[in-house]
Design a protein around this ligand. Sequence first.
Ligand SMILES: NC(=O)c1ccc[n+]([C@@H]2O[C@H](COP(=O)([O-])OP(=O)(O)OC[C@H]3O[C@@H](n4cnc5c(N)ncnc54)[C@H](O)[C@@H]3O)[C@@H](O)[C@H]2O)c1
Ligand SMILES: [Zn+2]
Length: 380
Amino acid sequence: MALRPNNNNKRALVTGGAGLIGSHVSDLLLREGWKVRILDNLEPNTHRNGRPAWIPEVAEFVEADIRDRAAVSAALENIDVVFHQAAYGGYMPEIAKYVHVNSFGTAQMLEVIREERLPIQKIVVASSQAVYSEGAANCLRDGLVFPAVRSLAQLSAGDFEVHCPNCDALTTQTPTPEHAPIGGETVYAITKVDQERLVLTWGKQTGIPTVALRYSCTYGPRQSIFNPYTGVIAIFCTRLLNNLPPVLYEDGKQTRDFSFVEDIARANLLAATTDKLDGLPVNVGSGKAATISEIAQLISNALGIPIEPIAQGEFRPGEMRHLTSDTTLISAAGYKPEVDLATGVERYLDWIRAQSDVREYFAEAENMLRAKGIVHKVTP
Ligand SMILES: NC(=O)c1ccc[n+]([C@@H]2O[C@H](COP(=O)([O-])OP(=O)(O)OC[C@H]3O[C@@H](n4cnc5c(N)ncnc54)[C@H](O)[C@@H]3O)[C@@H](O)[C@H]2O)c1
Ligand SMILES: [Zn+2]
């Protein structure tokens, strides 16, 4: 494939470049004068209408699976930097597919680069805050602690709070630094741990700079409205637009750190162009906590659809209670999120209103997740 450098500009392979984050990374790189090739299999759960219109004409588009060795090898030709975004995401019931797409797909790509001695200069891999078991916390007695995931027994009893691992006292949340223990409490999270460790370890072995960006919850225009398993902001919007109440798991007081997708794209460009983050797992987030109830309220207000959210005592084992990213490391490298939550939600709503087919897949999906034992209910 002919992807020739233009002056000193670099050539990027963006895997998963048809998706939410990958497409914004591609747009940003093109604006910055990079040459961009996208490899994406147009996963049907995400892209129900096939190839999305936002894939830029000027980018080279390869419709292929990240697990297809020959396709990956061809797509890596004449590439300087890989932005590895392709992944199977969310709370789907499949186990083998997560491991195959995320872990195996990444492993094989690394193997191809090394075996073929490709002159790749850097790999930026999409990791996730999901690698942490639970957000860091403060205990009045013990100070900073790293609690484990809450047990099924605790959640089933309706106790959603995070207790100190040393003295069992109730804790308060605090931003989670990169040195917090990582593990992976869902199959998806395990594969995100795999991806970042594979890439960072391989980077140390080969001497090729690598960065693993642990994104916080990312939202924005182009977030699939077809995939009911990912993205709480997208799910709440589609429910409200269908005159259904947002469904809160637990009691809705759990908190997350939300990032607008264009900020995450900027973090990718930064990671590719600075050496300050090389070899490291790096949190990317807003550093601010928002409760899921607040998110529901914000969207309902912005849409002007006053339907109160409902909490039915349901929970998903393995989910963390609180997670706010400690962004000291990436901030020191020059990262500053530019789009706040209210503005970002407005921009997402503008986009979603322009979509012709905001259908509601949530109820169907929820029933399936319940049937497969992914969503549980508090025992009365
Ligand atoms: N959105 C978030 O909140 C979030 C948070 C943390 C990490 N991440 C990570 O960021 C990356 C991008 O996520 P996103 O939110 O843009 O998701 P997305 O689903 O919008 O995009 C992922 C893209 O990867 C493609 N893809 C899936 N399986 C593939 C395969 N087998 N071969 C080739 N392409 C494949 C899909 O078609 C899709 O276009 C993923 O690695 C995800 O794990 C996302
Ligand atoms: Zn304690």
